[in-house]
Design a protein around this ligand. Structure first.
Ligand code: SAM
Ligand code: SF4
Length: 337
């Protein structure tokens, strides 16, 4: 059933009656890691003029919160390698109407930034960690240092965030054998954890994606050898199903982007580092907000109109197929995971 898009002064509602109140922003395409599922070994990053300035990101974010967006996730690339990231987060934290400011990071810079992030108003962190073995960590990230990330996680625990969550992308025969150890790591520290199936975004060189596919169902079965999982009714509007680990505070999420069961409740849009508003992770539908912003400096009304109009092209669902070459050629670091 189709409903009309919202008018200019109201909240964001798309053609399918879905309320959009969650914005994910990629603030940089750069990163200090080169994870094999995310990037090619030799990446060319965008020239500075092509990416949004921090001021532009803030202007766009405030246009969204003015339209009822109450949750913003800052991501990348690695958001914390961008100079000025913490100041931007502090400004975002003060936006009227924003109830939930969260960040996704690889953890490499957390040892020195965790306290400042908490003070800036970031409530929760997602920290990526795919393995607890040094050599495997180096293989999966190509350049990362496991100990540095583990120290970052400890610093984040001390800084007093409301919740910390580990994100682990699981690849068959690379790290699927470690799902139990990763959950034990989370349970022992009172963290949540999400296991993520790989998404076919951008061309990668190190592995064949169809061969590396390890399903959420297989991960769940493996975990149930050691843990008792109880289905939890929590809904995020995203591709996650949640369980509680009996006898602990930990929630386990399974993120299955290949399933499109969650599209009906999708509440989110993404702003790429180039200022394109992406209406769906698995489709190319987008609106160039940077062009509109730069052509009309200071005109928030035009921006708002463009955002409201964009809701008309939000697709009903995404289509991913691991057997095909990726239809989506952008890498995750540009899109923001
Ligand atoms: N650099 C930060 C990090 O790694 O957490 C934030 C950006 S990263 C693109 C966000 C999340 O996307 C990470 O948890 C990462 O593991 C995940 N990711 C990257 N490429 C992916 C892919 N092809 N399929 C599924 N998840 C992916
Ligand atoms: Fe960097 Fe995150 Fe991509 Fe890894 S997943 S290469 S840490 S942006």
């Amino acid at each position: 059933m189709s409903k009309p898009a919202a008018n200019e002064n109201s909240i964001l509602i798309d053609r399918f009656g879905r309320r959009v109140d969650y914005l994910r922003i990629s603030i940089t395409d750069r990163c200090d890691f080169r994870c094999i599922y995310c990037m090619a070994e030799n990446m060319t990053f965008l020239p500075r003029a092509q990416i949004l300035t921090l001021e532009e990101i803030f202007t766009l974010a405030s246009a969204f919160t003015g339209l009822g967006v109450s949750k913003i996730r800052v991501t990348g690339g690695e958001p914390l390698v961008r100079k000025g990231a913490v100041s931007l987060l502090r400004k975002l934290g003060g936006l009227p109407g924003l109830r939930n400011l969260v960040l996704t990071t690889n953890g490499s810079q957390l040892e020195s930034t965790a306290n400042a992030l908490r003070e800036a108003g970031v409530r929760r962190l997602n920290i990526s960690l795919d393995t607890l073995q040094e050599d495997k960590f180096r293989q999966l990230t190509r350049v990362g240092d496991l100990q540095q990330v583990l120290r970052g996680i400890e610093a984040a625990r001390r800084a007093g965030f409301e919740r910390l969550k580990i994100n682990a992308v699981i690849l068959k025969n690379r790290n699927h054998q470690e799902v139990g150890d990763l959950l034990r790591f989370a349970v022992d520290r009172g963290l949540d954890i999400s296991f993520i199936e790989e998404m076919p975004l951008g061309l990668v060189s190190a592995h064949d994606r169809a061969e590396a596919y390890y399903s959420s169902d297989a991960i769940k079965q493996d975990l149930e050898q050691q843990f008792t999982l109880l289905a939890s009714p929590e809904q995020t509007g995203g591709p996650s199903r949640y369980y509680r680990v009996v006898g602990s505070d930990t929630r386990v999420g399974f993120i299955s982007p290949h399933s499109n069961n969650f599209c009906a409740t999708c509440n989110r849009v993404r702003l790429t580092v180039e200022g394109r508003l992406l209406l769906c992770l698995g489709n190319e539908h987008s609106v160039d907000l940077k062009r509109i912003l730069r052509a009309n400096p200071g005109d928030v009304q035009i921006l708002r109109q463009a955002i409201v109009a964009a809701m008309r092209i939000k697709p009903e669902r995404h289509e991913f197929d691991l057997r095909e070459q990726p239809v989506i050629l952008r890498h995750m670091n540009v899109t923001g995971g």
